[in-house]
Design a protein around this ligand. Structure first.
Ligand code: 13P
Ligand code: SF4
Length: 326
Protein backbone atom coordinates (compact mmCIF):
# COMPACT_ATOMS: atom_id res chain seq x y z
CA UNK A 1 0.00 0.00 0.00
CA UNK A 2 1.30 3.45 -0.85
CA UNK A 3 2.10 5.53 2.19
CA UNK A 4 1.90 8.83 0.26
CA UNK A 5 -1.81 9.42 0.60
CA UNK A 6 -3.64 10.67 3.67
CA UNK A 7 -7.17 9.40 4.19
CA UNK A 8 -9.42 12.27 5.28
CA UNK A 9 -12.73 10.51 5.91
CA UNK A 10 -13.46 7.32 7.78
CA UNK A 11 -16.78 5.54 7.37
CA UNK A 12 -18.04 6.33 10.84
CA UNK A 13 -21.30 7.93 11.86
CA UNK A 14 -23.49 6.56 9.07
CA UNK A 15 -27.10 6.13 10.18
CA UNK A 16 -27.51 2.32 10.09
CA UNK A 17 -31.14 2.66 8.94
CA UNK A 18 -30.10 4.45 5.74
CA UNK A 19 -30.61 2.56 2.49
CA UNK A 20 -27.20 3.30 1.03
CA UNK A 21 -28.27 2.35 -2.49
CA UNK A 22 -31.14 4.86 -2.37
CA UNK A 23 -28.97 7.55 -0.78
CA UNK A 24 -26.25 7.13 -3.36
CA UNK A 25 -28.80 7.38 -6.19
CA UNK A 26 -30.24 10.55 -4.63
CA UNK A 27 -26.83 12.15 -4.07
CA UNK A 28 -25.78 11.28 -7.60
CA UNK A 29 -28.62 13.40 -8.99
CA UNK A 30 -28.03 16.22 -6.44
CA UNK A 31 -24.35 16.43 -7.30
CA UNK A 32 -24.67 15.71 -11.03
CA UNK A 33 -22.18 12.92 -10.38
CA UNK A 34 -21.17 9.83 -12.31
CA UNK A 35 -19.83 6.69 -10.64
CA UNK A 36 -17.13 4.88 -12.61
CA UNK A 37 -16.07 1.49 -11.29
CA UNK A 38 -13.40 -1.03 -12.19
CA UNK A 39 -14.27 -4.74 -12.36
CA UNK A 40 -12.14 -5.42 -9.28
CA UNK A 41 -14.51 -3.46 -7.03
CA UNK A 42 -16.82 -5.31 -4.68
CA UNK A 43 -20.14 -6.45 -6.26
CA UNK A 44 -22.33 -3.79 -4.58
CA UNK A 45 -20.15 -1.03 -6.00
CA UNK A 46 -20.18 -2.56 -9.48
CA UNK A 47 -23.96 -2.82 -9.29
CA UNK A 48 -24.54 0.81 -8.35
CA UNK A 49 -21.97 2.24 -10.76
CA UNK A 50 -23.05 4.08 -13.92
CA UNK A 51 -20.26 2.41 -15.81
CA UNK A 52 -18.02 -0.57 -15.11
CA UNK A 53 -15.04 -1.17 -17.36
CA UNK A 54 -11.36 -1.82 -17.89
CA UNK A 55 -8.74 0.90 -17.52
CA UNK A 56 -8.99 2.07 -21.12
CA UNK A 57 -12.78 2.23 -21.14
CA UNK A 58 -12.77 4.03 -17.78
CA UNK A 59 -10.30 6.65 -18.99
CA UNK A 60 -12.36 7.19 -22.16
CA UNK A 61 -15.53 7.51 -20.09
CA UNK A 62 -13.82 9.96 -17.73
CA UNK A 63 -12.71 12.04 -20.72
CA UNK A 64 -16.21 12.09 -22.23
CA UNK A 65 -18.51 12.67 -19.27
CA UNK A 66 -20.43 15.91 -18.74
CA UNK A 67 -21.04 15.19 -15.05
CA UNK A 68 -19.69 17.76 -12.57
CA UNK A 69 -18.35 15.13 -10.17
CA UNK A 70 -16.60 11.86 -10.99
CA UNK A 71 -16.67 9.30 -8.20
CA UNK A 72 -13.92 6.90 -9.14
CA UNK A 73 -14.42 3.47 -7.58
CA UNK A 74 -11.00 2.15 -8.39
CA UNK A 75 -7.46 2.92 -7.32
CA UNK A 76 -5.51 6.17 -7.06
CA UNK A 77 -3.85 6.14 -10.49
CA UNK A 78 -7.27 5.70 -12.14
CA UNK A 79 -8.82 8.65 -10.31
CA UNK A 80 -5.70 10.68 -11.01
CA UNK A 81 -6.03 9.88 -14.72
CA UNK A 82 -9.64 11.10 -14.62
CA UNK A 83 -8.44 14.37 -13.06
CA UNK A 84 -5.64 14.79 -15.61
CA UNK A 85 -8.16 14.69 -18.46
CA UNK A 86 -10.78 16.69 -16.52
CA UNK A 87 -9.10 19.51 -14.57
CA UNK A 88 -12.37 21.41 -14.14
CA UNK A 89 -14.31 18.50 -12.70
CA UNK A 90 -14.20 17.28 -9.14
CA UNK A 91 -12.81 13.75 -8.86
CA UNK A 92 -13.30 11.83 -5.62
CA UNK A 93 -11.90 8.44 -4.64
CA UNK A 94 -13.73 6.63 -1.80
CA UNK A 95 -10.46 5.62 -0.10
CA UNK A 96 -7.34 7.66 -0.79
CA UNK A 97 -5.12 4.78 0.32
CA UNK A 98 -6.25 2.65 -2.61
CA UNK A 99 -2.85 2.48 -4.33
CA UNK A 100 -1.29 -0.06 -6.69
CA UNK A 101 1.89 -2.13 -6.36
CA UNK A 102 2.85 -1.29 -9.95
CA UNK A 103 2.52 2.46 -9.44
CA UNK A 104 4.39 2.20 -6.13
CA UNK A 105 7.23 0.22 -7.79
CA UNK A 106 8.07 3.07 -10.14
CA UNK A 107 8.74 6.46 -8.51
CA UNK A 108 9.09 9.23 -11.12
CA UNK A 109 12.58 10.29 -9.98
CA UNK A 110 13.87 6.72 -10.30
CA UNK A 111 12.31 6.30 -13.73
CA UNK A 112 13.91 9.62 -14.80
CA UNK A 113 17.33 8.34 -13.69
CA UNK A 114 16.68 5.11 -15.64
CA UNK A 115 15.71 7.11 -18.75
CA UNK A 116 18.90 9.16 -18.39
CA UNK A 117 20.89 5.90 -18.43
CA UNK A 118 19.20 4.91 -21.72
CA UNK A 119 19.66 7.87 -24.06
CA UNK A 120 17.66 7.79 -27.28
CA UNK A 121 14.90 5.58 -25.84
CA UNK A 122 11.21 6.51 -25.99
CA UNK A 123 9.13 5.66 -22.93
CA UNK A 124 5.86 3.72 -23.00
CA UNK A 125 4.19 3.61 -19.61
CA UNK A 126 1.37 1.35 -18.58
CA UNK A 127 -1.48 3.46 -17.21
CA UNK A 128 -0.87 1.86 -13.77
CA UNK A 129 1.58 4.59 -12.78
CA UNK A 130 1.60 7.99 -11.08
CA UNK A 131 0.95 11.33 -12.77
CA UNK A 132 4.67 12.07 -12.28
CA UNK A 133 5.61 8.98 -14.32
CA UNK A 134 3.04 9.81 -17.00
CA UNK A 135 4.55 13.29 -17.21
CA UNK A 136 7.95 11.89 -18.28
CA UNK A 137 6.53 9.26 -20.67
CA UNK A 138 6.09 9.53 -24.43
CA UNK A 139 2.88 7.51 -24.59
CA UNK A 140 0.58 5.67 -22.18
CA UNK A 141 -0.93 2.27 -22.82
CA UNK A 142 -3.34 -0.07 -21.07
CA UNK A 143 -3.49 -3.84 -21.13
CA UNK A 144 -5.98 -3.68 -24.01
CA UNK A 145 -3.88 -1.53 -26.37
CA UNK A 146 -0.24 -2.06 -25.29
CA UNK A 147 0.62 -4.08 -28.42
CA UNK A 148 -0.92 -1.41 -30.67
CA UNK A 149 0.80 1.46 -28.83
CA UNK A 150 4.22 -0.20 -29.16
CA UNK A 151 3.47 -0.75 -32.86
CA UNK A 152 3.20 3.03 -33.35
CA UNK A 153 6.99 3.35 -33.01
CA UNK A 154 9.40 2.58 -35.86
CA UNK A 155 11.01 -0.85 -35.50
CA UNK A 156 14.45 0.78 -35.00
CA UNK A 157 13.27 3.05 -32.18
CA UNK A 158 14.66 1.80 -28.83
CA UNK A 159 11.91 1.63 -26.20
CA UNK A 160 11.62 1.60 -22.42
CA UNK A 161 8.47 -0.08 -21.11
CA UNK A 162 7.41 0.71 -17.52
CA UNK A 163 6.41 -0.28 -14.93
CA UNK A 164 5.02 -3.83 -15.51
CA UNK A 165 7.70 -6.29 -16.61
CA UNK A 166 5.12 -9.04 -17.21
CA UNK A 167 2.98 -6.96 -19.55
CA UNK A 168 6.21 -5.72 -21.16
CA UNK A 169 7.42 -9.28 -21.77
CA UNK A 170 4.03 -10.27 -23.17
CA UNK A 171 4.14 -7.31 -25.58
CA UNK A 172 7.69 -8.28 -26.60
CA UNK A 173 6.42 -11.76 -27.49
CA UNK A 174 3.46 -10.42 -29.43
CA UNK A 175 5.45 -7.81 -31.38
CA UNK A 176 8.80 -9.60 -31.69
CA UNK A 177 10.71 -6.53 -30.54
CA UNK A 178 12.98 -6.06 -27.55
CA UNK A 179 12.35 -3.33 -25.02
CA UNK A 180 14.12 -2.24 -21.86
CA UNK A 181 11.72 -3.32 -19.10
CA UNK A 182 11.20 -1.66 -15.74
CA UNK A 183 11.00 -4.48 -13.19
CA UNK A 184 7.60 -3.80 -11.57
CA UNK A 185 4.91 -6.39 -10.93
CA UNK A 186 1.30 -6.56 -9.82
CA UNK A 187 1.19 -8.11 -6.37
CA UNK A 188 -2.04 -9.94 -7.25
CA UNK A 189 -1.20 -11.33 -10.69
CA UNK A 190 2.32 -12.45 -9.75
CA UNK A 191 0.97 -14.81 -7.09
CA UNK A 192 -0.87 -17.34 -9.24
CA UNK A 193 0.60 -20.83 -8.89
CA UNK A 194 1.56 -22.74 -12.03
CA UNK A 195 1.62 -26.04 -10.13
CA UNK A 196 -1.91 -25.56 -8.82
CA UNK A 197 -3.09 -24.32 -12.21
CA UNK A 198 -1.86 -27.52 -13.85
CA UNK A 199 -3.64 -29.58 -11.17
CA UNK A 200 -6.83 -27.58 -11.77
CA UNK A 201 -6.61 -28.18 -15.52
CA UNK A 202 -6.36 -31.93 -14.87
CA UNK A 203 -9.45 -31.80 -12.64
CA UNK A 204 -11.37 -29.62 -15.18
CA UNK A 205 -10.23 -30.74 -18.65
CA UNK A 206 -13.26 -29.01 -20.18
CA UNK A 207 -12.24 -25.59 -18.87
CA UNK A 208 -10.37 -23.05 -21.01
CA UNK A 209 -7.73 -20.90 -19.32
CA UNK A 210 -8.05 -17.13 -19.61
CA UNK A 211 -5.47 -14.77 -18.13
CA UNK A 212 -4.59 -11.11 -17.72
CA UNK A 213 -1.19 -10.12 -19.21
CA UNK A 214 -0.01 -8.91 -15.79
CA UNK A 215 0.43 -12.64 -14.93
CA UNK A 216 3.89 -14.24 -14.91
CA UNK A 217 5.08 -15.96 -18.17
CA UNK A 218 4.79 -19.46 -16.62
CA UNK A 219 1.06 -18.77 -16.15
CA UNK A 220 0.50 -17.07 -19.51
CA UNK A 221 1.93 -20.04 -21.40
CA UNK A 222 -1.06 -22.10 -20.24
CA UNK A 223 -3.61 -19.50 -21.36
CA UNK A 224 -6.01 -20.07 -24.25
CA UNK A 225 -6.85 -16.37 -24.22
CA UNK A 226 -4.89 -13.40 -22.81
CA UNK A 227 -6.43 -9.95 -22.52
CA UNK A 228 -7.57 -7.00 -20.46
CA UNK A 229 -10.38 -7.45 -17.97
CA UNK A 230 -12.98 -6.42 -20.58
CA UNK A 231 -11.45 -8.75 -23.12
CA UNK A 232 -11.64 -11.66 -20.65
CA UNK A 233 -15.28 -10.78 -19.91
CA UNK A 234 -16.16 -10.67 -23.63
CA UNK A 235 -14.42 -14.01 -24.14
CA UNK A 236 -16.58 -15.63 -21.45
CA UNK A 237 -19.75 -14.06 -22.89
CA UNK A 238 -19.10 -14.61 -26.57
CA UNK A 239 -17.36 -17.97 -26.96
CA UNK A 240 -19.11 -21.31 -27.00
CA UNK A 241 -17.00 -22.66 -24.10
CA UNK A 242 -18.90 -23.45 -20.91
CA UNK A 243 -16.11 -23.49 -18.28
CA UNK A 244 -13.23 -21.09 -17.61
CA UNK A 245 -10.26 -20.91 -15.26
CA UNK A 246 -9.95 -17.16 -14.69
CA UNK A 247 -6.48 -15.81 -13.90
CA UNK A 248 -7.08 -12.26 -12.83
CA UNK A 249 -8.41 -10.47 -9.76
CA UNK A 250 -11.52 -12.27 -8.50
CA UNK A 251 -13.78 -9.19 -8.63
CA UNK A 252 -14.38 -9.72 -12.34
CA UNK A 253 -16.19 -12.99 -11.62
CA UNK A 254 -19.20 -10.90 -10.56
CA UNK A 255 -19.69 -9.40 -14.05
CA UNK A 256 -18.88 -12.72 -15.71
CA UNK A 257 -21.54 -14.50 -13.65
CA UNK A 258 -24.06 -11.74 -14.41
CA UNK A 259 -23.48 -11.59 -18.12
CA UNK A 260 -22.90 -15.30 -18.78
CA UNK A 261 -25.26 -17.05 -16.35
CA UNK A 262 -24.89 -20.81 -16.26
CA UNK A 263 -21.23 -20.83 -17.32
CA UNK A 264 -18.72 -22.33 -14.88
CA UNK A 265 -16.15 -19.85 -13.54
CA UNK A 266 -13.16 -21.20 -11.64
CA UNK A 267 -10.94 -18.60 -9.94
CA UNK A 268 -7.23 -19.01 -10.70
CA UNK A 269 -5.32 -20.52 -7.77
CA UNK A 270 -2.84 -18.37 -5.79
CA UNK A 271 0.41 -19.83 -4.36
CA UNK A 272 -0.82 -19.88 -0.78
CA UNK A 273 -4.22 -20.78 0.57
CA UNK A 274 -5.10 -17.12 0.82
CA UNK A 275 -7.32 -14.52 -0.77
CA UNK A 276 -4.29 -13.19 -2.66
CA UNK A 277 -6.26 -13.09 -5.90
CA UNK A 278 -8.15 -10.14 -4.39
CA UNK A 279 -6.45 -6.76 -4.73
CA UNK A 280 -6.14 -5.26 -1.23
CA UNK A 281 -6.05 -1.76 -2.71
CA UNK A 282 -9.19 -2.13 -4.80
CA UNK A 283 -10.99 -3.69 -1.87
CA UNK A 284 -10.31 -0.67 0.38
CA UNK A 285 -13.27 1.00 -1.30
CA UNK A 286 -16.61 0.05 0.25
CA UNK A 287 -20.20 1.09 -0.38
CA UNK A 288 -20.09 3.10 2.86
CA UNK A 289 -16.98 5.00 1.80
CA UNK A 290 -18.50 5.59 -1.63
CA UNK A 291 -21.59 7.08 0.01
CA UNK A 292 -19.44 9.34 2.22
CA UNK A 293 -17.35 10.44 -0.76
CA UNK A 294 -20.52 11.54 -2.58
CA UNK A 295 -22.07 13.10 0.48
CA UNK A 296 -18.97 15.04 1.57
CA UNK A 297 -17.32 15.41 -1.87
CA UNK A 298 -14.16 14.15 -0.29
CA UNK A 299 -11.46 12.89 -0.54
CA UNK A 300 -10.71 14.78 -3.73
CA UNK A 301 -7.91 14.09 -6.19
CA UNK A 302 -5.69 16.96 -7.23
CA UNK A 303 -2.71 17.01 -9.56
CA UNK A 304 -0.27 19.94 -9.65
CA UNK A 305 -0.98 21.85 -12.89
CA UNK A 306 2.56 21.59 -14.26
CA UNK A 307 2.56 17.80 -13.81
CA UNK A 308 -0.98 17.52 -15.13
CA UNK A 309 -0.16 19.32 -18.37
CA UNK A 310 2.87 17.09 -18.99
CA UNK A 311 0.94 13.92 -18.08
CA UNK A 312 -1.93 14.89 -20.37
CA UNK A 313 0.25 14.78 -23.49
CA UNK A 314 1.06 11.03 -23.49
CA UNK A 315 -2.47 10.22 -22.32
CA UNK A 316 -3.99 12.20 -25.18
CA UNK A 317 -1.62 10.47 -27.60
CA UNK A 318 -3.05 7.17 -26.41
CA UNK A 319 -6.68 8.30 -26.48
CA UNK A 320 -6.27 9.82 -29.95
CA UNK A 321 -4.37 6.94 -31.50
CA UNK A 322 -5.88 4.03 -29.68
CA UNK A 323 -6.51 1.33 -32.23
CA UNK A 324 -8.61 -1.06 -30.19
CA UNK A 325 -12.33 -1.42 -30.69
CA UNK A 326 -14.35 0.33 -27.97
P1 13P B 1 -7.46 -3.62 -17.05
O1 13P B 1 -8.82 -3.56 -16.42
O2 13P B 1 -7.23 -2.43 -17.93
O3 13P B 1 -7.24 -4.90 -17.77
O4 13P B 1 -6.36 -3.50 -15.90
C1 13P B 1 -6.34 -4.32 -14.82
C2 13P B 1 -5.69 -3.70 -13.66
O5 13P B 1 -4.63 -3.99 -13.28
C3 13P B 1 -6.36 -2.67 -12.94
O6 13P B 1 -5.60 -2.38 -11.86
FE1 SF4 C 1 -2.44 -2.62 -9.02
FE2 SF4 C 1 -2.53 -5.24 -9.30
FE3 SF4 C 1 -4.27 -4.05 -7.70
FE4 SF4 C 1 -4.46 -3.73 -10.37
S1 SF4 C 1 -4.73 -5.63 -9.23
S2 SF4 C 1 -4.61 -2.13 -8.79
S3 SF4 C 1 -2.30 -3.77 -10.95
S4 SF4 C 1 -2.04 -4.12 -7.41
Amino acid sequence: MSSDFVQIDEPGGIDPTLDLFEEIERLKVDRNAIILAHYYQEPDIQDIADFVGDSLELSRKAADTDADVIVFAGVHFMAETAKIVNPDKMVVLPDLNAGCSLADACPADQLQAFIDRHPGHKVISYINCSAGVKAISDIICTSSNAVDMVGLFDAEQPLIFAPDKNLGRYVEQQTGRDMVLWQGTCQVHELFSEKKLVQLKVRHPEAVVIAHPECEPQILRHADHVGSTSSLLRYVQDTEHEAFIVLTEAGILHQMAKSAPGKTLIPGPPEENCACNECPHMKLNTLEKLYLALRDLSPQIDVPEETRLEALKPLERMLARDLTVA
